[in-house]
Design a protein around this ligand. Structure first.
Ligand code: HEM
Length: 209
């Protein structure tokens, strides 16, 4: 009995570490390519784009936890939602640092010029600013302290996702295939929640009548 318990605990711990390490693989790949000087003709842009797309992917993975958990009854997924949310913030900060270092070189005049010439950067910055309070309050302690306000605050993830998508769409140059795919995924992630909410309201109304 004790042996089985220990084995189960070890398995669950190994799985936790596996999920914890997976989102670090893109970063490891990026560092490896950078050290091999193999990031294409414009390494600065490649780093900014790579960290940007991974921020968006991790945001979508975080948003996918609830629908996947409900659809496939994967209750174990819930345990990893916070971790994925924090990884989203981590990659967003890397994205910002890459932009500040390689594109504007920490110069305020260049930053102001970029902000006025490329409004999608303002939209991305807003998304990142809104992500910060979610990261800070993601702990159990904050959840307890804020009570029902915690869930309300964390609904900010929906405008964040829309802002992030707008930031991405605004950058369309020729082909929009990638943005279309990400847009459809986001439409499903948000549409599923909306449909569930409407369905719940309808059922509650029917029960009252
Ligand atoms: C939650 C926040 C953010 C998300 C999800 C995000 C996501 C993205 C995505 C998906 C791309 C396109 C990557 C590609 O083309 O493959 C991108 C590019 C970019 N982002 Fe962000 N971003 C965020 C915040 C920011 C911030 C705060 C800044 C700067 C202050 C910024 C500046 C840029 C720049 C300069 C590009 C590259 C545009 C180019 O190709 O020239 N982003 N971002």
């Amino acid at each position: 009995m004790v042996l089985t318990l220990t084995r189960d605990r070890l398995k669950s711990l190994a799985f936790w570490w596996l999920i914890f390490l997976l989102p670090l693989l893109p970063l490891a790949w990026l560092v490896d390519r950078a050290l091999a000087l193999d990031l294409g003709a414009d390494p600065a842009q490649a780093i900014v784009q790579f960290t940007g797309i991974w921020t968006l992917r991790l945001l979508f993975i975080t948003l996918a936890v609830t629908p996947l958990r409900r659809l496939f009854r994967w209750s174990w997924l819930q345990r990893y939602r916070r971790m994925m949310g924090l990884y989203t913030l981590f990659y967003a900060v890397l994205h910002l640092l890459a932009f500040a270092t390689f594109i504007v070189g920490w110069r305020t005049d260049l930053l102001l010029r970029e902000l006025s010439e490329r409004p999608y950067i303002v939209v991305g910055s807003l998304a990142l600013l809104l992500l910060i309070p979610l990261g800070v309050t993601s702990t159990r302690n904050w959840q307890r302290r804020l009570g029902p306000r915690w869930a309300k605050l964390h609904r900010l993830v929906y405008p964040i996702a829309l802002l992030a998508m707008l930031h991405f769409i605004w950058q369309i140059r020729s082909s929009f295939q990638e943005q279309l795919i990400y847009g459809l995924i986001l439409a499903w992630l948000l549409g599923y929640r909306l449909w569930k909410r409407l369905h719940k309201r309808k059922t509650a109304r029917r029960q009252v009548a």
